[in-house]
Design a protein around this ligand. Structure first.
Ligand SMILES: [Zn+2]
Length: 103
């Protein structure tokens, strides 16, 4: 599939700087579950769980390198409530994946 971001007029913009703030928290929760042997570590289960968890969380994008004094990115990713929300979303997502695994 051709990536529209590789074509004019969008190819001059750096969309890699635009990140979903939940990704880091969800990936951290998933990696901890894999390390504790609480999750099937196969490619299908891990990606399905990440996708389901991210879909269940409110969309929250951030532009890397920009700075908002009122809401710096660390304030979001270090927030205990957000960490908990991400962990709960991952647990719920993995329970669904376990019911119907693709592996
Ligand atoms: Zn699996």
């Amino acid at each position: 599939m051709e990536n529209i971001l590789d074509r004019e007029p969008l190819n001059k913009y750096d969309f890699s700087r635009m990140v979903n703030m939940w990704e880091n928290l969800v990936f951290t929760a998933v990696s901890e579950m894999i390390e504790r042997n609480e999750m099937c570590p196969c490619h299908d289960c891990v990606l399905d769980t990440c996708a389901l968890a991210l879909n269940s969380l409110p969309t929250r994008y951030w532009i890397l390198g920009s700075y908002d004094a009122f809401c710096p990115p660390e304030k979001f990713t270090e927030d205990v409530m957000n960490i908990r929300l991400a962990e709960e979303a991952v647990l719920k997502a993995y329970r669904l994946v376990q019911q119907n695994p693709h592996h």
